[in-house]
Structures are given as C-alpha cells and as structure tokens.
Design a protein around this ligand. Structure first.
Ligand code: ADP
Ligand code: MG
Length: 707
C-alpha cells in the first residue's frame, strides 16, 4: 500500500495533521452529531479513526442455503417458492426461498401488503440476516432483503464494520464518517503521524498505522473473521499495543522524573531497628527480611523511594512499615503513616505506640475529626519537630499540615485511596530541595497487567509468604434461612475461648442504614446469646467510642464484635477465629477476601461463614465459589479483574486514568512484555515519539502528574 503515514522525523508542514482536523470537517457532521460524537470521545478525524468496530458482518459473499447453520449471520440468494400469511401466536408473512441446495423460511412480523405482493413466486431475493431454527426448518426473522434481478447481486467489497452503538449515532452514519476519515488518511494533504519506530514495527510484524486502521475499519473479504472478532489480528494488536505503550511510557517518564529528584539519604538503622526486632514475639519471615532489605537500601539513597509493597492480608506488612519508620527516625527525619479509614488508623496508632514507646519514641495522631486545640497542638509539634512520628488518615495531607523535616510517607492499604491521591502525596511534605521517601502498601495483589499500566512508576516488592503456622480459613456459604445454626456456631466458638466477628453489609445504602443494620443485629445477637459479651462498632460512632470497643475486643473482654464493613482493612486480633459476613452476596471479591483476612491471623484454625439470601445471581454465586475455592489473594485478584475490570479494582474509575479506547487489559495481556521492552527503546532512542504517543492517547489526562 502506498502509505501516506509520515514518520515523526519527516517534514509535514504542508499537510494538516488529522489530530488537528475537527470532526465537523466530515460531511454530515453538524453541531448535533458533533455533540454526540464528543460524548464517545470523538472530536477530531484522528479520534474517528481510533473509534474501532467491535464486530463485523460478512456481506462480501452469499452462502448456499444448504450450507447454513443456526447462528450464521450471512447472505443468501434464492427464488421465492411461496409467500403466505401465517396465523400463529403472531401473524407473520412467510416466504419460502430455495436456491437448489436447500430451503430457507424468511419470516416478517411487520409487513405491508405491498411486500406480500412483491415477494411473489419466482422472484429472486438477496437476504442478509441471522439464521435460526424455525418450526419447519432454518429461517431468518426480519432479514435485510432486496429483490434482485438475475444479473444484479451486489455484494460488499469489504466486511461490514459494526461500531459500538451510541444513542443517535447509527451504523450507517458511523460507516459514512469512517469512510471519509479513511479517505483523508489516504489523501496526501493530510497526515496521521506514525510514532512507532520502523524497527519496532518490523520486529513485531505489525503493519504501519495507516494500514492497520484501514484493515480494521474495512477488512478485506479474505480476512480471518474469527481473529478479527477476537481482536487478535496483528492490525488490532498494533493499535492496542500503541495505546498500552503510551500508558506505560507516561508512567515510565514519571519514574524517570522522580529519579532525578533529591531525598534525604537515610542510613540503615543500627540501634532502633535491631532493638525492635528483638522485642517482637516472633522472627521475621524470609519474605519480610528480603522486603525490609529492599526498603532499607532505597532509603539509604539520596533519591526518593517510591516502593509498593504487596502482601496478602496477614502477610505482616506493618512490621515492614515499622522498620522503615525506625530507619528514618534514627536518621533524624520525620515519618507519616497514613491509613484509609479512621478505624484502621486508630488500630495502627495503638500498634505503633506499643512498639515504639518502649524505644522512647512518641507517636502522634491526626485525623479529620481532630479539631480545635488538640489539632493546633499536633500541627505545631509536627512543624517544630517535637513529634517525629505521626499516624492518621487522609487529613494528614490537608492544608496547614507542615513538617520540620519529613523523611518518609507510608501509605497503608493504598488501593483504598486510588491513584489520584497517591500522586497528590508527592508534592506534599517537600522541604527545600528534599522530597520524602514513599512506602506504599497494599493487600490487593496487583496482576501483572495492572502493575504495568497503573504502577509502572513504582518499584515493587512482594511479601510472598505468610508467617508460619497460618492455616487456610475454612470458608462456607450458608443460606440465611439457616441463620439460627450460624448463631449457635458463634456460641460454640466463643465458649471455646475464641472470638468472632459478625459483619453487617448493605451495599448502595446509606451509611446510616448500614449502622442501623449493625445496631439491630447487635441487639438481636445480645438477646440470642445472653452469656456472651457482644460489642458494636460502626462508622458513626465517636472515635473514642470505637477505640474503646476495639481495645476491649483486642483485650478479649468482648467475645463477639458486630461491625459494619469499617473493619474491612487492617484490623488485627489474632484470637478472633470466626468471621460471619451477613449478606455476603452483595460484596465484591476483594472486599470479601479482605474481610475474611481478619481471621486466620493466629495459630488457631479459623472459619468464615458467608451468609447469603437466596436466590443468588450467577455472578454472586461465582464470587462465593471463588472464595471457597481459594485463599490466595493473587488468584482472587485475578478473578476479580475478570469479573469487575481494572477500573473498579483500582478504584480509579473517576480519574479516567485507566480507561482504554482500544486495549483491553485482560484480552491484550500477551502484548505487555513487548510493551515494556519497546518503552525502554523509545525512551532512549526516540524520546520525541514517546512524548507524541503519550499526548495522542492520554492527552490532557497526563496533567494529573502535576497535581
Ligand atoms: P497485613 O499484611 O495484613 O497488614 P499485619 O501486619 O497486620 O498484616 O500482620 C498480621 C499479623 O501477623 C499481626 O498480628 C502481626 O503481628 C503478625 N506477624 C507479622 N509478622 C509475623 C511473623 N514473621 N511471624 C508471626 N507473626 C507475624
Ligand atoms: Mg495491614
């Protein structure tokens, strides 16, 4: 093909770049259509070209009737043998059509008398539609049909594209617009720049941009329809690859930028860390030691660390955070530890106090609920450096919070914050030229696909083993009609000296209703289990009340803790061995896994009972099954990604950072190794093309980096 696609280096002054040609330049696009196109992200002719068909019809040929199978979407040509009105459950006009190889019934439920007359015996018709099994044989219901004379059976020259439907934009319109856009692509007055280096295209066996677009919008009759429909054709791969590459490049560039920044070099701790490790009632696992070493090495460098520590629930991430904090404190810098919920932050405050106070380190507290004098005091202490370590919620990054010398920011359960807030942290806490180090922890294991597209600006460590002695949590799903049995199970467990959680869930209901449900359940269980001490914790209680209840539960003074999903993350009471989740069918996989992770933290065998209301939807059933089948957080994340998609998994739906136009993280996973490799080549050898690619695909969303 005579390709008008220019490479980045060539001169394109005389031509217009399709990225700059508004879609209104196309025939038929007035302000009304333009507005509808904008809604699907199409503003320019280039955008139109990147709006790809999601399926195709083969109108390039006709099939012998004898070769038809139910489910085929295909054209046939034959003679009408008979046309008559049938009076069944619904009146229909039926024509029997034959071509010498077989017979097909064409059925129309809506018809006019003129149609009945026109489809008279002997007339030749060309029908296109879906073949299904009818009462007497194969039939097409409401196919597109046309009466043809003997010579004139016109077929299409290419496969017919079907575009993702949008209200008010019909297929015919979209076909006409893409037709015009493709014509401009071939017109030498316009260009769409090829940003992929020729060597990359050759290595991967990809067509150039123009060829790929042409192929995908108008595939030739001899193409492999099945590979096109599965989106695995090289032309489609090439486009998905380009988009994935641009995302990866933008994060890589961030990483490079970050690596040019300065941070305080914090030498390994010689006093505090060893003392702390000695004080622990257990030895670090090999996985913890390795990750601790990786973090310690990062902190010792004069560049800001950006490290993500992944570890399944209960893998012992908090100890890693404590060691990093001690290294920072010993080197004379301050530490911030941020948790996504008030309750979790309170738990961590208690943990760090118990660990650090013996080492004569005060631990401060800051949350959004802290006001007035107390707030003022802690702000001053942080600013003057009289408090070196502070635990809290997102409030730590509000205006007015300043530090004397912030060295390390630790973000726990980062998946609960979302990408946006993570990036926001970067600029905070800067003192002079020095940036704080960042340690980010998450219990939602991130499948490789996501790690590469959402976290490529971070270095990653994985705590890939649980502390010894942990046993898998026995997980069962039980219908709520057997609630009484579950209550007596709680009774037994607590009489045996264990403790239990009862989690009340209400999705899509207000927090108030959720708290009410927990309050009611607590009342009900208190009555049903008079010999047990039942506690209640929910999001609407005062911080001090929650703290009181949690510490009673931790100390063993409460047998049963009724709670809302506030206890989802981080809560750590090893003696609790039974978890009941009410209405488990309403929760997502990740959330169920997190909740279940509250038990099985000690040496005793634990169990999780997922109470559900029948009937279960198919999706809910598969979630509960997944939980029963596996306790492996990576496997669960993988299934969650399949079920929910990446945006939900990362909580980044709003930021738009992970919406792809063409690529699909699950479908296109196989492209990622090449994406990673190509990114390095481009950053080194073709930095301008790299930037152009980021601009093409991420446009102004790249600006999130400047927050
Ligand atoms: P998570 O990774 O979910 O944040 P935590 O840090 O809360 O896990 O640790 C879970 C529990 O395991 C805590 O009670 C913690 O004290 C304990 N723990 C951590 N490391 C070890 C270890 N090496 N051996 C035994 N218990 C450990
Ligand atoms: Mg934790």
């Amino acid at each position: 093909m005579n390709s008008p696609v220019t490479h980045s280096s060539s001169d394109s002054r005389a031509t217009s770049r399709l990225e700059h040609v508004p879609v209104t330049k196309l025939r038929g696009v007035g302000s009304r259509i333009a507005e509808k196109l904008t809604r699907i992200g199409v503003r320019t002719v280039a955008d139109m070209l990147f709006h790809l068909p999601h399926r195709y019809e083969d109108r390039t040929r006709v099939s012998p009737i004898g070769a038809l199978r139910p489910g085929d979407v295909i054209g046939v040509v034959g003679h009408v043998d008979l046309t008559q009105v049938q009076f069944g459950r619904r009146r229909s006009l039926v024509s029997v059509i034959s071509d010498g190889t077989g017979m097909l019934w064409m059925r129309l439920f809506h018809f006019r008398a003129t149609q009945q007359r026109a489809l008279s015996r002997g007339v030749k018709v060309h029908c296109f539609g879906e073949v299904r099994r009818g009462p007497k044989g194969l039939e097409m219901i409401h196919p597109e049909y046309r009466i043809v004379d003997d010579e004139h059976v016109v077929v299409e020259e290419t496969l017919t594209p079907h575009y993702p439907a949008t209200e008010g934009l019909h297929q015919l319109m979209l076909r006409s617009l893409t037709e015009q856009a493709l014509a401009m692509l071939r017109d030498s007055r316009y260009t769409l720049t090829e940003h992929l280096p020729t060597s990359v295209l050759e290595d991967l066996g990809y067509p150039d941009l123009c060829e790929a677009l042409d192929y995908v919008h108008r595939p030739p009759p001899d193409c492999e329809l099945s590979s096109l429909e599965a989106a695995t054709h090289p032309a489609q791969h090439r486009l998905a690859f380009e988009e994935l590459l641009s995302h990866h490049l933008s994060l890589r560039r961030r990483r490079e930028m970050l690596e040019r920044l300065q941070a305080p070099a914090l030498p390994a701790s010689e006093n505090l860390a060893p003392l702390f490790v000695e004080s622990l009632p257990f030895a670090l696992t090999t996985a913890q030691q390795r990750v601790h070493q990786e973090v310690a090495d990062d902190l010792a460098r004069p560049r800001p660390m950006h490290r993500l520590v992944q570890g399944d629930v209960g893998s012992g991430k908090t100890v890693i955070a404590a060691l990093a904090a001690l290294q920072t404190l010993e080197a004379g810098s301050q530490v911030v530890f941020m948790a996504p919920t008030e309750l979790l932050a309170e738990q961590h405050l208690a943990t760090f106090k118990s660990w650090f106070e013996p080492l004569e380190i005060d631990v401060g507290w800051l949350s959004g609920r802290l006001t007035g004098k107390k707030r003022q005091t802690i702000l001053e202490q942080l600013l003057h450096g009289t408090i070196r370590m502070v635990v809290g919620t997102h409030a730590l990054f509000q205006q007015g919070v300043n530090f004397e010398q912030l060295g390390l920011v630790i973000v726990d359960e980062q998946h609960r914050f979302g990408v946006h807030q993570r990036l926001e942290l970067l600029d905070k806490g800067k003192s002079g030229e020095l940036n704080p180090h960042q340690l980010i922890m998450t219990a939602t294991p991130i499948p490789r696909t996501l790690a590469m597209t959402a976290y490529a600006d971070l270095h990653t460590s994985v705590i890939d083993a649980l502390p010894p002695g942990r046993q898998p949590v026995d997980t069962v799903a039980v219908s709520s009609s057997r609630r009484a049995e579950v209550v007596s199970r709680v009774h037994h467990a607590c009489n045996d000296g264990s403790q239990a959680y009862w989690v009340c869930t209400l999705i899509d209901e207000s927090e108030a209703l959720q708290c009410q449900a927990a309050t009611d359940t607590a009342a009900e269980l208190t009555e049903a289990l008079p010999d047990l001490e039942v506690g209640l914790v929910h999001g609407r209680m005062k911080a001090a009340e929650k703290e009181q209840v949690m510490s009673e539960f931790k100390a063993g003074a409460l047998d049963l803790l009724v709670a809302t999903t506030v206890i989802e993350v981080g809560v750590d009471v090893p003696n609790a061995t039974l978890m009941i989740i009410d209405n488990a069918e309403r929760l997502g996989l990740a959330q169920l896994h997190q909740l279940r992770g509250r038990v099985g933290r000690g040496a005793k065998k634990s169990a999780c009972v997922m109470l559900y209301k029948s009937p279960l939807t198919e999706a809910a059933r598969s979630r509960l099954e997944a939980l029963r089948e596996t306790g492996d957080g990576f496997e669960i994340a993988r299934r969650d990604l399949d079920i929910r998609g990446p945006g939900e998994l990362l909580g980044t739906r709003q930021t738009g950072q992970l919406t792809f136009y063409i690529a699909d993280l699950i479908r296109d996973e196989s492209l990622l190794p090449a994406v990673e490799k190509t990114a390095l080549v481009m950053l080194d050898d073709h930095p301008d093309s790299a930037i152009a690619l980021i601009e093409r695909w991420l446009g102004d969303t790249v600006n999130y980096a400047d927050v």
